[in-house]
Design a protein around this ligand. Structure first.
Ligand code: AMP
Ligand code: MN
Ligand code: MN
Ligand code: MN
Length: 283
């Protein structure tokens, strides 16, 4: 049964945000891996799609995607949008607002780093990002490049990760706003990697309930490689809340060996796969 399911990846990043591969390189990888469906879910941008040579490659269904940064009860959460109308005005306005927040945050991160003795970080991160919206990953790469730290991991644990000076509470949209906007654009809103928010199981459930109350329709039951126990818990959560199931690698680069494009497993029989909710494709 499982083997008859389409092979999909509904969560991955490109150089249009904080990933390493150009959008076309990522798409080529997905085609080589014989995936049936792919969504590119860059952070707060859909620019990667306009960098593709072709949005209707033979043998693979490319689905519109985005990963929106949002706030739930003062916590940062990520909402993946799938199969929305990429020309929707409301979505375009929300993306613009998010980009402005990102830019303001980048200036503040650079100021914090300056106070800690790391100069020129804004320009340094911009050089690395090229045309992509500035991400903490670009600052992390800058810190490695300048020798301030040895690895990206250390850049996060010392400067940019939760509770560190560069982890600035940002003015992202609320979770409710993010979900409403994806729905307004005829897409499906997915609660991304529910285990990534350092929440107790009770709080994780509260988050998922609020997500569903806001109009969210699917939960990522698998994000990269994870324990079978976590998959079981997230499947139970999805079933309980009547949510469809999405799966994605959260692939960023080949260095993250636990996040390989398209190797995400399958949706168990008792859950509705998210792609069954997709309205006819419209590029
Ligand atoms: P931003 O959207 O600019 O806040 O950056 C968040 C991104 O940073 C995430 O999507 C991850 O790709 C990356 N990230 C977050 N925490 C870490 C960490 N501890 N180590 C490496 N990358 C991280
Ligand atoms: Mn990322
Ligand atoms: Mn995320
Ligand atoms: Mn992601």
């Amino acid at each position: 049964m499982e083997q008859q399911q389409p092979r999909v990846d509904f969560h991955c990043h490109t150089s249009a945000s904080d990933g390493s591969l150009a959008p076309q390189e990522l798409l080529n990888r997905a085609i080589e891996a014989k995936l049936d469906m792919l969504a590119i879910t860059d952070h707060d941008t859909i620019d990667g799609y306009s960098q593709l040579a072709c949005r209707q490659p033979a043998g693979l269904q490319l689905v519109s995607g985005i990963e929106l940064s949002a706030v739930w009860k003062t916590r940062g959460v990520h909402i993946v949008g799938l199969n929305f109308d990429p020309a929707n005005d409301e979505l375009a306005a929300l993306i613009k607002k998010q980009q402005e927040s990102r830019q303001r945050r980048a200036v503040r991160i650079a100021q914090k780093l300056e106070n800690l003795g790391v100069g020129n970080a804004l320009q340094g991160a911009k050089n690395i990002a090229e045309n992509a919206p500035l991400s903490r990953v670009h600052f992390a790469k800058f810190l490695v490049e300048t020798g301030a730290v040895k690895t990206i991991k250390i850049a996060f644990s010392r400067y940019l990760g939760a509770g560190k000076p560069g982890d600035i509470r940002n003015e992202w949209v609320s979770m409710e706003e993010a979900v409403a906007c994806i729905r307004a654009a005829s897409g499906v809103a997915v609660l991304a990697h529910p285990d990534a928010y350092k929440l107790t199981k009770t709080k994780r459930r509260a988050l998922a309930r609020d997500f569903v109350a806001a109009g969210g329709e699917a939960i990522e039951i698998i994000s990269g490689s994870q324990s079978p126990e976590l998959t079981r818990q997230l499947c139970a959560l999805a079933a309980d809340l009547g949510c469809a199931a999405s799966i994605g690698s959260d692939f960023h680069s080949d260095e993250q060996v636990w996040r390989k494009l398209g190797t995400c497993g399958y949706v168990p029989e008792q859950l509705r796969p998210v792609w069954e909710m997709f309205k006819p494709h419209r590029w």
